[in-house]
Write a protein that binds this ligand. Structure first.
Ligand code: XMP
Length: 514
C-alpha cells in the first residue's frame, strides 16, 4: 500500500524535522527532503508514496541573501498543495512577485495574529490567535492572484493563499507548541487542503528501517554496541531483524553497571535471538582507573578503554559496518549532548567514535524523536523496563562514586542505587521523574549504630524532573519515601551511616555529580 505523504522541504530551520514529526502524529506519512529537490524527483517519488502536498520549512536565510536556498522554480506549478512556513512563506511571496522586505520591527516569540479570513488552513480559528513567530523579513503585499488571510501589528501579510490554487503561506510556526492552535492549522492543511487519508502507522516505520539496514549492509557483517538503553536496544532489534546473525551486538560490562544489569540485558535479548557478545572487562577498567580521582580524567579513561574493548570485538567479529542508535536530538547542534559536552566529556554509546575504518555507519533511528523511539520499542515487543527506562550515563556508577574508584565503593553505590530504584518504583513516582539514583560521596561522617559509635560513608540521593536534561529541577519527593530510602540504605549497607538529599537544580548543578 502507498501511504498518503507530505514532503517537507528543508530550508535549514531548527523546527524542520518537527514539522515532519507533527504530520506523522496525524497518521500521515512525512519525509524531510533537501530544499532543492527537483520536481521530476517528486513525481518519481509518487511510485513509492502517494504525494499529497509539500511544506516549505522555515530557515535562517533571507530571500535576498546571495546564497538564499531556493526550491525548484516549478514547485508552485506541480498542482500539489504547498504550505510555506516562515522562510517558506516569504519565499512563496517572493517567487510569486509579492513584496518582501526587512521587518520594521522583528517579531520574535509569542505574538497575536488577527485572522481576517478563517478559511483553508485557517478554518475554524478565532479572530485572534496566539502564534509563535521568529522572523527578520516580512511580506508586505501579495500579487493579485493571492489574498491576505491574516495580519499582525507588524506584518500586514502574516498569512495568505492563492485564490485558485491550494498554495498557502504562514509567517508563524504552527509546528511548535507555543502556537496554541498549531495542530488545528496543520490538520486543516493535511485533511482539508491536501485531502490526505491517515493511513500511516508508527509500526510501519519499523519495516522501513529494517529494509534500510538490509540495503546498506547487503551481505556484509555489522556490529553494534548495546548498552541496554532504549536507543541501542531498538537499533539492535531492528538490525537483528534485518541481517540476522551477521549482526554482533556487544555489551561491554565495565563494572560500573547497575545491579543485575548484564543478566537483565542478556535475558531480554535472548528473547530476540540476537547474537550477543557479553564482555566482562571489569578488572581491566578498574586497573586503568587506579589512583585516578579527577572526574574528567575518569571519564576520559573509561571512554577510551570502552572503545578499545569494542574495537577488539569488532575485529573478532570481522564486522565491516557499524550500526548506531543515534536519534534525531543527538544530531541537532543545540541538543543536550552538545550542550553538556562543554561541561563534561560525555561518553555516549550512540556516538561511539572509533579508529576502525568501517565501510559505513548505519543509523536507522536517525530521524526519530525519543517518544517515537519508545513507540517503536513497544511495537517491537521490548519490555517496559527498557521502554520506560531512566537515562543512565555511559560511564555508569563511575560518575556516581566520588574520588578514586575501588571495587568496595562501587559495590556500595550499586546497592544504594538498587534501594533508591526499588523504593521510587514502589512509590509510583517513577514516571514523573527523569532520573533517580544514589551517589557515594567521598566524605565520611560519624553515626551511632547499635549503641556504638560508627564512622562511615555519606550517601546522597538525587531525583530530578526534566524534559530533556538540559535543565532539571530537584524533585519534591515525599519525606515518607525519603525516610524509607534512608532507613533501608543505613540498615542494609553497613558501611553507610548517613543519607542526604540533593536539593540543587540544574543549573547550577549538573544532574550527575561528576
Ligand atoms: P548532566 O550530568 O550533564 O547530565 O546534567 C545530563 C544527562 O546526560 C546523562 N549523562 C550521560 N549520558 N553519556 C551518556 O550517554 C555520558 O557520559 C553521560 N553523562 C551524563 C545524565 O545521566 C543526564 O541524563
Amino acid at each position: 500500500m502507498k501511504y498518503d505523504t507530505v514532503l517537507v522541504l528543508d530550508f535549514g530551520g531548527q523546527y524542520c524535522h518537527l514539522i515532519g514529526r507533527r504530520i506523522r502524529e496525524f497518521g500521515v506519512y512525512s519525509e524531510v527532503v533537501p530544499h532543492d529537490i527537483k520536481t521530476e524527483e517528486i513525481k518519481r517519488l509518487n511510485e513509492k508514496f502517494n504525494i499529497k502536498g509539500v511544506v516549505l520549512s522555515g530557515g535562517p536565510a533571507s530571500v535576498f541573501g546571495a546564497n538564499a536556498p531556493k526550491p525548484d522554480g516549478k514547485i508552485l506549478d506541480l498542482g500539489l498543495p504547498v504550505l510555506g512556513l516562515c522562510y517558506g512563506h516569504q519565499l512563496i511571496a517572493h517567487m510569486a512577485g509579492g513584496k518582501v522586505g526587512t521587518a520594521k520591527k522583528r517579531e520574535y516569540g509569542a505574538t497575536y495574529v488577527f485572522i481576517d479570513k478563517p478559511i483553508g488552513v485557517l478554518k475554524d480559528l478565532n479572530k485572534r490567535e496566539k502564534v509563535w513567530m521568529s522572523h527578520g523579513d516580512t511580506v508586505f503585499s501579495v500579487p493579485k492572484e493571492y489574498e491576505v488571510l491574516a495580519h499582525t501589528e507588524n506584518s500586514p501579510v502574516a498569512a495568505f493563499r492563492h485564490k485558485e490554487k491550494p498554495i498557502y503561506g504562514l509567517q508563524w510556526h504552527p509546528e511548535v507548541v507555543h502556537t496554541e492552535k498549531g495542530m488545528q492549522m496543520l490538520s486543516n492543511f493535511l485533511f482539508e487542503v491536501c485531502q490526505c487519508k491517515a493511513n500511516w502507522r508508527m509500526e510501519d516505520v519499523i519495516e522501513r528501517m529494517i529494509e534500510e539496514v538490509k540495503a546498506e549492509v547487503g551481505e556484509g557483517k555489522a556490529i553494534i554496541a548495546l548498552s541496554g538503553g532504549i536507543d541501542s536496544s531498538v537499533a539492535t532489534v531492528i538490525a537483528a531483524r534485518a541481517i540476522g546473525d551477521r549482526l554482533t551486538a556487544v555489551f561491554v560490562d565495565h563494572g560500573f553497571m547497575r545491579e543485575n544489569e548484564p543478566e537483565f540485558v542478556k535475558n531480554v535479548f535472548q528473547g530476540f535471538k540476537v547474537n550477543l557478545v557479553m564482555v566482562n572487562a571489569r578488572e581491566r577498567f578498574l586497573k586503568k582507573l587506579k589512583g585516578v580521582v579527577d572526574p574528567e580524567e575518569k571519564r576520559k579513561i573509561i571512554g577510551e578503554e570502552f572503545i578499545r574493548v569494542f574495537e577488539e570485538e569488532a575485529a573478532k567479529a570481522g564486522a565491516e559496518y557499524l550500526i548506531q542508535g543515534t536519534i534525531y536530538p543527538d544530531r541537532i547542534e543545540s541538543g543536550f549532548r552538545k550542550f553538556s559536552d562543554k561541561i563534561k566529556t560525555h561518553h555516549n554509546v550512540a556516538g561511539l567514535p572509533t579508529r576502525i575504518k568501517f565501510k559505513k555507519i548505519v543509523e536507522p533511528l536517525r530521524d526519530l524523536y525519543k517518544d517515537e523511539v519508545r513507540k517503536v520499542a513497544k511495537a517491537l515487543g521490548l519490555p517496559d523496563e527498557i521502554v520506560f527506562r531512566q537515562p543512565f550515563p555511559g560511564p555508569g556508577l563511575a560518575v556516581r562514586v566520588m574520588g578514586e574508584l575501588t571495587a568496595e565503593k562501587i559495590e556500595i553505590a550499586r546497592k544504594a542505587d538498587k534501594i533508591v530504584r526499588e523504593e521510587i518504583e514502589k512509590s509510583g513516582l517513577k514516571r514523573k521523574l527523569w532520573q533517580y539514583f544514589a551517589i557515594l560521596t567521598d566524605t565520611k561522617a560519624t553515626g551511632v549504630k547499635g549503641d556504638a559509635r560508627a564512622y562511615g560513608y555519606v550517601v546522597a540521593i538525587r531525583a530530578v524532573e526534566s524534559r530533556e536534561a538540559m535543565t532539571a529541577t530537584f524533585a519534591r519527593i515525599p519525606y515518607t519515601v525519603l525516610e524509607k530510602i534512608s532507613t533501608r540504605i543505613t540498615n542494609e549497607i553497613p558501611e553507610v551511616v548517613r543519607v542526604v538529599y540533593d536539593v540543587t537544580h540544574k543549573p547550577p548543578a549538573t544532574i550527575e555529580w561528576e
